[in-house]
Design a protein around this ligand. Structure first.
Ligand code: NAP
Ligand code: G4F
Length: 324
């Protein structure tokens, strides 16, 4: 039997790298839509030792001919749309770019699937940011959405287009409504990695303070390595559907800092400085997911708690900083 083929947009990102590794380990031929940049973006694939095992197809999510060509070249049975302008903070400064990449980009991939191979299964990287100003204490697949950033609004458009293509054209199109997930491969602009990098630099005498915004915000943080498994499981189901993927625990940024600093014997209160520059025009104060459906239907549960996740990230950054 022929090996399955997968196309991953956003393959150079945190989730793209972990998902590519998971798919390669399962015997898939893995293709990635790769946006041209003037700097090196393959470091995550190299860290996982798979940079030479994936086939990169040059193209951009905002360009329909790119997504059609990547579908044709990859002959994909499964398509994972992970590409996005994914940093919430940037989305106020670049709302139109965010709408084009994160919103219309998903439509370009759906169109490519519909035109080239409507039998291919499609995964959309939806997000808990769509819940924004939360309408229920614990958010599930039936909780009403109320996005609070141009990023959240763009993701909601992509989410509903996924539902619409499923209902209009019968595509096997699923959305994973994933809550925050982190790892040593997380981008440095996101708060967990910003903290674990700073903790390592402070411990090794390269930095004195860490400037942060709203440390009372609460997030439901899990490990990206666990979450890509849920993406794959969604596309193995007979019927396409939408799923919340979360740990069911929420923690303040302040307590996450406490864990990170304590791991190297430091007190966060001696180093964290609040800087209004990092406050957002509209904040998502708290997110807490209910993963009951993913557990019941996919047999998926998060296997990494926050303490384990943050200490894993600090250890990785301590090694990186000491090698610099
Ligand atoms: P990430 O690390 O920021 O990766 C984003 C990827 O998108 C990168 O590979 C990036 O390529 C690519 N990309 C950006 N603009 C593009 C364009 N115009 N054309 C083609 N590719 C483009 O994000 P992540 O954390 O892995 O998240 C993966 C997906 O899940 C994203 O859609 C994100 O919005 C969503 N999500 C993430 C979380 C989370 O907590 N991590 C939670 C819910 C949903 P370059 O490397 O070249 O920039
Ligand atoms: O780490 P963050 O930037 O992640 P955020 O905004 O929750 O978004 C991430 O998770 C979403 C899923 O819910 C994804 F869809 C999205 O793509 C991304 O991966 O910020 C987390 C919290 C926020 O409340 C923010 O205001 O941390 C607060 N925070 C406080 N100080 C900070 C900082 N965030 C950042 N990035 N930098 C700070 O200095």
């Amino acid at each position: 039997m022929k090996n399955k083929s997968a196309l991953v947009t956003g393959i150079t990102g945190q989730d793209g790298a972990y998902l590519a590794k998971l798919l390669l380990d399962k015997g898939y031929a893995v293709h990635g839509l790769h946006a041209r940049r003037s700097t090196d973006t393959l470091w995550r694939l190299r860290e996982l030792g798979i940079a030479n095992e994936v086939n990169l197809i040059e193209g951009d999510l905002t360009d329909l001919s790119s997504t059609i060509r990547s579908m044709e070249q990859s002959r994909a049975d499964e398509v994972y749309n992970l590409g996005a302008q994914s940093f919430v903070g940037t989305s106020w400064g670049q709302p139109v770019l965010t709408a084009n990449v994160t919103g219309v980009g998903a439509l370009n991939v759906l169109e490519a699937v519909r035109i080239v191979n409507p039998k291919a299964r499609f995964y959309q990287a939806s997000t808990s940011e769509m819940f924004g100003l939360i309408q229920e204490a614990m958010q599930s697949e039936t909780t009403p959405f109320y996005p609070r950033s141009p990023y959240g609004v763009a993701k909601l458009y992509a989410h509903w287009m996924t539902v619409n293509y499923r209902e209009s054209f019968g595509l096997h199109a699923s959305s994973g409504i994933l809550f925050n997930h982190e790892s040593p491969l997380r981008g440095i602009e996101f708060v967990t990695r910003k903290v674990t990098d700073a903790v390592s630099r402070i411990k090794q005498g390269q930095q004195k303070e860490l400037r942060l915004g709203n440390i009372d915000a609460k997030r439901d943080w899990g490990f990206a390595g666990d979450y890509v498994e849920a993406m794959w499981l969604m596309l193995q189901q007979e019927v396409a559907d939408d799923y919340v993927v979360a740990t069911g625990q929420t923690t303040t940024v302040r307590d996450m800092c406490r864990i990170a600093f304590a791991h190297v014997g430091l007190n966060h209160e001696d180093h964290v400085v609040i800087d209004p520059k990092f406050y957002r025009p509209a904040e998502v104060e708290v997110l807490l997911g209910n993963p009951a459906k993913a557990k019941a239907k996919l047999g998926w549960t998060a296997s990494t708690d926050l303490q384990t996740l943050i200490t894993m990230m600090v250890d990785a950054d301590m090694r990186r900083v000491s090698k610099e």
